[in-house]
Design a protein around this ligand. Structure first.
Ligand SMILES: CC(C)(COP(=O)(O)OP(=O)(O)OC[C@H]1O[C@@H](n2cnc3c(N)ncnc32)[C@H](O)[C@@H]1OP(=O)(O)O)[C@@H](O)C(=O)NCCC(=O)NCCS
Length: 266
């Protein structure tokens, strides 16, 4: 078994255990979220043959029918046929460095402002809201939103639903969450989702005004330490771009492939 085989198994299992229904449509599997939580995507069915543009079309029709995002995610090296099929079906394909933690990776020293959060942490709602502000200002440069914007965003009742969902995952052990907190304010956070010895790090974000202080590196290292403490042998992630990949490389991640995401041209 290679790392990419392990990742294929993980990508196919996580939605099923995360409350999604799987619909097999030719060489593709569409995961449809049944309850609260993030919407899923369609991806290649493990072991299926090459994917055709017609199959991508068919899945898009089904996604529209269900009112879910027309999103496809896969690993370029594992399913090379899907890129051309997605493009022929009119989708835009985005590349992201796929990285895995080197087995012998040494971690930077723990960041004094970063801690793990449990299901009942009073700052959990802020911790799950910070990435929304972070991803609204992509890239690694300093940006506009800071603690005041976080306070304003927390007035949105939707943040309570998101916190409740993450809280349940923390309570069950399906996720771990690390956050950087200064003077009682969450400045950065991230999550990892362990399953059967593999964990993906997702949603690492720093308040745009608080970037470039080493907070994301501290959060990532804490997530790695938590995953390892739970016996996870393979920690991986897909980085937004090469600039973000550089930050993860400092935490010991190495490039193992290319994660591809296809979605309608905007
Ligand atoms: C990507 C992101 C999480 C990084 O957060 P961050 O807290 O700024 O990350 P770090 O501070 O650890 O590292 C960022 C840079 O600051 C530098 N830095 C760290 N501490 C520093 C300090 N004390 N002084 C000056 N620079 C510092 C790092 O070396 C790094 O530099 P580089 O871009 O030249 O490699 C943040 O920019 C973000 O939220 N972006 C949008 C969402 C996103 O893309 N998330 C990642 C998804 S995969």
């Amino acid at each position: 078994m290679t790392i990419l085989d392990d990742l294929e198994r993980y990508y196919d299992s996580v939605p099923r255990t995360g409350g999604a229904r799987a619909e097999e449509l030719g060489s593709l599997t569409l995961f449809v979220q049944q309850g609260a939580g993030w919407p899923y995507y369609a991806r290649p069915t493990p072991g299926a043959g090459p994917v055709t543009a017609e199959e991508v079309h068919r899945v898009r029709l089904r996604q529209r029918e269900l009112g879910v995002p027309e999103a496809f995610e896969w690993v370029a090296e594992t399913t090379p046929s899907l890129r051309a099929a997605a493009e022929a079906a009119g989708l835009a394909v985005h590349e992201h460095p796929l990285m895995a933690l080197a087995a012998d990776a040494e971690q930077p020293p723990p960041h004094p402002e970063v801690r793990l959060m449990g299901a009942d942490d009073p700052l959990l709602r802020a911790a799950v809201t910070v990435p929304a502000l972070a991803f609204a200002e992509p890239g690694t440069a300093l940006g506009a939103a800071g603690p005041a914007e976080l306070t304003a965003a927390l007035a949105d009742p939707g943040t309570a639903d998101r916190a409740a969902h993450v809280s349940a995952r923390l309570a069950s052990g399906a996720s771990g969450l690390a956050a950087a907190v200064r003077d009682g304010v969450v400045l950065a956070s991230g999550i990892h989702n362990p399953l059967d010895g593999v964990a993906e790090v997702v949603g690492v974000g720093t308040l745009p005004r608080m970037r470039r202080q080493g907070l994301a590196l501290g959060v990532t290292s804490a997530l790695v330490a938590d995953a390892r403490a739970r016996g996870v042998g393979l920690v991986f992630l897909s980085a937004g771009d090469e600039d973000v990949a550089r930050i993860y490389a400092r935490a010991g991640f190495r490039r193992v492939g290319t994660a591809l995401i296809a979605e309608p041209v905007s």
